[in-house]
Design a binder for this molecule. Structure first.
Ligand code: XMP
Length: 509
């Protein structure tokens, strides 16, 4: 890795966005919590200080130790980061009337300053701050102002430091990416050579070195992350990689056979394990959602462990962990509860006593897809909707039986195939069907029926943390509803879920 930017996180909701933007410029970057300033080596070309929900005037405000950085490499402080540097050098930051939220325009710009090269006077930027820098210390020069905020940008030539009060990383800062480019490329001198191809090349050679001729085992789920991790590792260690794909009986219709086949086509050495009965037996009579999740997690670990023990001399367990999971677990605010409860197989490494290798832990989700494309993984695998680890178990409300699973598989199949054949699948982030624990009255022919109700759900999202329901065409919903009721015995009513997250969640359990 030739060059990188370090982003120090002070807890801003936008920190990941800064990283995304820098990577869009094809420059590698890493996020570190503000209290852990990494050692500077030759690869570090610059540092960005993020914003923060705190005020620099709070007693408990996050205070970084920048002594190792200042004057060594260029630093760009954004919002809180800018205020912190100004205050630490003896300036004044106050909660004032000149606070700004939302759009503002840069009415003054020092266009000779490299940070603002090619930025137009009047350029729209996004502000979100309660505090304002009122006085700058000696050696700080104002390089941009808005109507209400005099110090919208400053430069400290002696320290190679820059501060901006607005957020260049958000979309509403129209020339924000150009400002970041000016910093990262012109000021820090980064070469824009971070790309899926360079990632594959670097990772494969690092993995070769790290793993040598050791044997590695990896759990495949059919999802994007584990598939991309598998192909990357396969390139590095070839047949020393064994993949295990467990059928827990809670997958989509025909999913196990289809996905297993496509993995074999990709040249992977995959063991398919039919553990359907074992999972269903353990789940019999259980209705509580968290208990279901725990049982599935435990049984998965047991099955995986047994299979892995059949392979001689395994040293490594590979996992498809991606960057947002890593950042969450070291974030300023501590690990996120939501993400944690979704880590169904969390206990695996401890139980197996293997060393862990995580080849995707530096990538964002869409970068995983781009790397997958570079590795020529089929679009059907790369474009798959997310599917929860506990599968249909958390879409069957109440207890689970083989009969309910197969009924829901049929319903889900009709819905998903319908989305695909109507060109809607790729416009939806995630879709699926729920089997409700109620029956409703209906009429078929001359007879009254008393049968099951299913709910369809299709959402738009970027990361699953928030989501909105998709306005699928009425025509389409009407056809799918008819098809389900006509073809799936035992269902006489179909409803469509029109709730957003929050306050609802994507899954019903
Ligand atoms: P919720 O229902 O929390 O879901 O809005 C957000 C995203 O996470 C998936 N999900 C899970 N994934 N194990 C998983 O691997 C789980 O227990 C689990 N619960 C929810 C859900 O499908 C959606 O993509």
């Amino acid at each position: 890795m030739q060059n990188k930017i370090i982003i120090l996180d002070f807890g801003s909701q936008y920190t990941q966005l800064i990283a995304r933007r820098v990577r869009e410029l094809n420059v590698y970057c890493e996020i570190h919590p503000f209290y852990h300033v990494p050692e500077l080596d030759e690869s570090v070309k610059g540092v960005v200080l993020s914003g923060s929900p705190s005020s620099v005037r709070d007693e408990k405000a996050p205070v970084p130790d920048l002594s190792k950085i200042e004057g060594q490499v260029p630093v760009l402080g954004i919002c809180y980061g800018a205020q912190h540097m100004a205050l630490a050098a003896g300036g004044a930051v106050e909660a004032s009337d000149s606070r700004e939220y939302g759009r503002a325009n840069l009415e003054f710009i020092n266009r000779e300053n490299p940070l603002f090269s090619e930025i137009e006077i009047g350029s729209q930027v996004w502000m979100s701050h309660g505090d304002t820098i009122m006085n700058l210390p000696q050696g700080f020069e104002i390089i941009a102002s808005t109507r209400d905020v005099k110090v919208a940008g400053y430069h400290v030539p002696e320290k190679q430091a820059y501060g901006i009060q607005f957020h260049p990383e958000v979309y509403h800062s129209i020339q924000g990416l150009q400002i970041l480019r000016n910093f990262v490329v012109d000021i820090c001198g980064c070469v824009q050579d971070w790309s899926p191809a360079s990632f594959v090349e670097d990772s494969v050679s690092q993995l070769k070195e790290q793993l040598g001729s050791d044997k590695v085992v990896l759990g495949l789920s059919g999802g994007v992350d584990s598939s991309v991790a598998a192909i990357l590792l396969h390139k590095a260690v070839g047949s020393n990689l064994t993949c295990i794909f467990v059928d827990n009986g809670l997958l989509r219709k025909n999913e196990f056979a289809l996905v297993l086949e496509s993995y074999k086509h990709m040249g992977l050495n995959v063991i398919g394990v039919d553990a359907r009965d074992r999972f269903l037996d353990e789940l019999a009579g259980v209705s509580d959602p968290e208990t279901k999740r725990k049982i599935i997690g435990r049984v998965f670990i047991e099955v995986f462990d047994e299979e892995a023990h059949k392979i001689q001399n395994v040293k490594w367990l590979a996992q498809g962990t991606i960057y947002p999971d890593v950042i969450e677990s070291v974030s300023v605010n501590g690990p996120s509860v939501t993400i944690k409860s979704h880590h169904n197989v969390g206990g695996l490494p401890e139980k197996m006593n293997l060393k862990v290798v995580e080849p995707l832990k530096l990538l964002f989700k869409d970068e995983v897809r781009r790397v997958g494309k570079e590795l020529q993984i089929s679009p059907t695998i790369l474009g798959r909707h997310p599917f929860p680890g506990p599968g249909l178990a958390i879409r069957i409300l109440g207890d689970i039986t083989a009969e309910k699973v197969s009924l829901l598989q049929e319903v889900d199949h009709i819905f998903i195939e319908g989305l695909k054949s109507n060109g809607l699948y790729d416009q939806v982030w995630q879709a699926g069907a729920m089997l409700l624990p109620i029956q409703s009255v209906g009429v078929m022919g001359d007879e009254r029926t008393y049968e099951r109700v299913v709910a369809l759900r299709a959402v738009q999202s970027t990361d699953g943390m928030t989501a909105d329901w998709v306005h699928l065409p009425y025509e389409f919903l009407s056809r799918i509803s008819n098809e389900i009721i006509n073809k799936v015995r035992g269902v006489n009513r179909v409803v469509y879920d029109i709730s957003s997250k929050p306050p609802a969640t994507i899954e019903w359990e």
